[in-house]
Design a protein around this ligand. Structure first.
Ligand SMILES: [Zn+2]
Length: 226
């Protein structure tokens, strides 16, 4: 039997000496046609999970196509940020606006790396531009691309801030993420009312208390705080 594509990809990553944790993007190490093969391999593996859960997928019409649907969802949707190339983001020259601007709420749909349960919430972003600016919708694209991976919220927030610094070409970046964790609400402590909020402040947002306050005041005036 031919070696599974996941092993082939793993070997490429190990040869290159790069990390491939749950929240790493590995698109650089994929070749044409790999994702289709990977989806097929995940489908077989997930079918095994269903078999092991003693579900008669041959006769149960509701689960006949489940392995296929889950594999497609993992590879192309909820973990797509691991496999898809980074969205194209071009910074334009800044013609003079050097004050704070904020964007949000930006929807966050991610997956908890510990339990593979949903993380559902919003992000708010603050930027004080320097020499470059990026289009407003690019913030959403950056957040969605990073969110579509298994991870923990703290690392996701840090990662969003790093990418924004890189693409918006400014050190002054603030990111707040407020989210519900289904591993808290659907299982374990079953705490339905609890959210987790994480915040990363860089540049003026960490050094200057009034800039930080201005950002939080604007965030509170924006939608999504119910
Ligand atoms: Zn969890």
């Amino acid at each position: 039997m031919a070696e599974g594509i996941s092993k082939v990809i793993k070997q490429r990553l190990e040869n290159a000496g790069v990390r491939y944790h749950c929240n790493d993007n590995i698109s650089k190490y994929l070749e044409e046609g790999d994702l289709e093969k990977l989806q097929q391999e995940v489908e077989t593996a997930f079918q095994n999970v269903l078999n092991t859960l003693v579900i008669d997928t041959d006769n149960d019409h509701n689960t006949q196509e489940t392995a296929k649907r889950v594999a497609k969802m993992y590879v192309h949707e909820i973990f797509g940020g691991r496999f898809k190339k980074h969205p194209r983001i071009t910074a334009f020259p800044n013609m003079g606006y050097k004050s704070l601007y904020t964007s949000g709420p930006i929807s966050v749909r991610s997956t908890c790396a510990h339990h593979f349960q949903n993380i559902v919430g919003n992000a708010w972003i603050g930027i004080i531009p320097e020499d470059g600016v990026i289009g407003l919708s690019k913030f959403n694209r950056i957040v969605h691309h990073i969110a579509e991976r298994p991870q923990i919220q703290e690392e996701m927030t840090t990662h969003i801030a790093q990418e924004l610094q890189k693409f918006a070409k400014t050190e002054h970046v603030a990111v707040v993420v407020k989210a519900e964790h289904h591993c808290m609400t659907q299982r374990g402590v079953k705490e339905h009312e609890s959210d987790m909020t994480t915040a990363i402040m860089h540049g003026a947002f960490s050094k200057d208390a009034s800039t930080k306050k201005e950002f939080y005041d604007i965030c509170l005036s924006m939608k999504g705080h119910d």
